[in-house]
Design a protein around this ligand. Structure first.
Ligand code: HEC
Length: 162
């Protein structure tokens, strides 16, 4: 029974700002509270994916906002294989289903310095967690520059190996 002096709670009585805050918190809370997304974030960090696929990550000691993670880099890696660019994984995964990603990762072979042989060794569960984390961030950024063959000199910046 409602006490006579207390008005029943109605959402309409929240100020517009409070209501907007509540709504804006909902998706973030849902993503953060999923243990699989959390595991994906952890694996992405210790798997070193940001080291190459997030611009400026290593020089900033990892202090790059998460919204910018895995959007690829224009820093080229030049060696006998030509010049490669760390792909934008946010756009890459947006085009794949979870199942497609797991199959692709298990068979992936790229040019250096991508450690595809390490990615292949991840368990299905780890790969699915990484997928869920990257998808929770959503697509962002632009595609990385296209691969250049060995006889083409890339524009700066690039890392020369060796
Ligand atoms: C040492 C740098 C480096 C690290 C560390 C690294 N990558 Fe890469 N990755 C690259 C580069 C460079 C390419 C592009 C290779 C090419 O063009 O052949 C690439 C390509 C890829 C591709 C293929 C995408 C496409 O466009 O075909 C995937 C998927 C990928 N990386 C995922 C990952 C994941 C997941 C991690 C962490 C577990 C990771 N990478 C760690 C450098 C790196």
């Amino acid at each position: 029974m409602t006490e006579p002096h207390r008005k029943p709670f109605r959402a309409g009585r929240l100020g517009p700002a409070a209501a907007a805050l509540l709504v804006s918190l909902l998706p973030a809370t849902a993503a953060a509270s999923s243990p699989e997304v959390e595991r994906g974030r952890y694996l992405t960090i210790i798997g070193g994916c940001n080291d190459c696929h997030t611009a400026g990550y290593a020089p900033a000691a990892g202090k790059v906002p998460e919204k910018d993670w895995l959007t690829g880099d224009v820093l080229g890696w030049r060696g006998p294989w030509g010049t490669t660019y760390p792909s934008n994984l946010r756009l890459f995964m947006a085009k794949l289903s979870e199942k497609e990603w797991v199959t692709l990762a298990k068979h992936l072979e790229t040019r250096p310095p991508m450690p595809w042989f390490t990615l292949q060794k991840m368990t299905d569960g780890d790969l699915r967690a990484i997928y869920k984390f990257v998808r929770s961030l959503g697509p962002a950024g632009s595609p990385a520059p296209a691969y250049l063959p060995p006889d083409k000199t890339p524009p700066q910046p690039y890392i020369q190996v060796p």
